[in-house]
Design a protein around this ligand. Structure first.
Ligand SMILES: *Cc1c(COP(=O)(O)O)cnc(C)c1O
Length: 363
């Protein structure tokens, strides 16, 4: 039997049909494709981080509950006692844990589209049905269609990214409350971009018994650490914890996260600088002919172009700037690019590359 035959026979057909999550090669390019924080740590913080990592007991298994982080986060986010937490190797792992906990024949995971692609991918990994309800042309939730879909499909899980990726906007509270009320299962509010917006849904985790709040340190400036957080009612967290692998947060990550929490004001300073850069970039993009700019509450800006987005993307790459091509990913994103907000110099370089590329494509 050939390898090909074995794979055809044994790898689940839905997995065979998937393409792996694509990460673009950014070597030598200004990297503005993945919502990373462009700022480096101050030297003193680096020295402290070095010492904290040196002291990690890497011969021992890590604390399975990450107890020190729990205590630090309870204070950082002023969590009420009723709200418990669970950590993941990035929030991607938390999405997987949530999906595994509800998986089974006939189970549905629902989200809106376009949104974060991992919701659908992970639903596919675990063999759940996935339902994506289209957003309207302003990228807002179509309340009626979404409530109808919830009623019809009775989803075990509903994922809402707030603000949404890749569109950057916030959905309105009233619609979200209707979704929570209509949902028979758990509603996950994914606040990956909480650092870049004043909107904050943490209180919903104690107000409702079927809402959990997901956050991550990735977009704040620690994407390399892989640390995601889920906050919610103790009863839900207890069940989810059974599916979590016991030592999923390694001791180097635990120590680094603690260092980061101690210096959280530094990250707040950086994310505030990025919010200012977002306003600047938004205003500049508004001046460029043939570019529609969508309002953003995150550290990226969605734009729609008149000429071919794919050609502009390639021209920008030739000019040394990597951004995210969304055209081709979802019908509602035809002509769209996603621009991560960087530091001022990177943003200027990106803007220049965009303007030159638009001219090159128009000929
Ligand atoms: C980036 C992102 C995540 C994933 O974050 P990690 O913690 O890096 O896995 C989750 N949700 C949304 C909406 C994101 O944009």
């Amino acid at each position: 039997m050939s390898v090909k035959d074995r794979i055809t026979q044994w790898v689940r057909p839905e997995v065979q049909a998937l393409s792996a999550y694509h990460v673009a090669d950014a070597a030598g390019l200004i990297k503005l494709d993945a919502m990373e924080n462009p700022f480096d740590f101050p030297a003193a913080l680096k020295a402290e981080l070095g010492a904290d990592l040196r002291d990690a007991a890497i011969n021992r298994y890590p604390d399975p509950d990450a107890g020190a982080i729990r205590a630090a986060l309870r204070e950082l986010y002023s969590l009420p006692d009723a709200v418990d937490m669970l950590f993941g190797n990035g929030s991607d792992e938390i999405i997987q844990i949530l999906a595994m906990a509800v998986a089974g024949p006939g189970r549905t995971i629902l989200s809106v589209e376009p949104s974060f692609v991992m919701y659908k991918m992970i639903a596919t990994f675990i063999g759940a049905e996935y339902v994506g309800v289209p957003l309207n042309d302003e990228f807002q939730i179509d309340a009626q269609a979404t409530l109808d879909a919830i009623k019809r499909h009775q989803p075990a899980l509903v994922f809402i990214a707030q603000p949404n990726n890749p569109t950057g906007n916030l959905f309105d509270d009233e619609t979200l409350r209707q979704i929570v009320a209509a949902s028979p299962g758990l509603v996950v509010i994914d606040e990956a971009y909480t650092a870049f917006t004043d909107a904050d849904y943490m209180s919903w985790a104690s107000e409702y018994d079927n809402v959990v709040i997901m956050r991550t340190f990735s977009k704040v400036g620690l994407a390399g650490l892989r640390f995601g957080m889920l906050f919610g009612p103790q009863e839900w967290i207890e069940q989810l914890n059974k599916v979590r692998l016991p030592y999923n947060i390694n001791c180097l990550t635990q120590n680094a996260v603690l260092t980061a929490i101690r210096h959280f004001p530094e990250f707040v300073k950086q994310t505030e600088a990025l919010r200012e850069q977002r306003s600047w970039l938004n205003a500049q993009l508004g001046e460029v002919a043939g570019v529609t700019v969508y309002p953003s509450e995150a550290n990226f800006i969605l734009v729609r172009l008149d000429p071919s987005a794919k050609s502009v993307f390639n021209e920008m790459k030739k000019r040394g700037v990597l951004i995210k091509l969304l055209d081709g990913g979802h019908p509602k994103l035809a002509g769209c690019l996603r621009l991560t907000v960087g530091g001022r110099e990177e943003n200027e370089a990106m803007l220049k590359a965009l303007i030159e590329s638009l001219e090159a494509v128009r000929g």
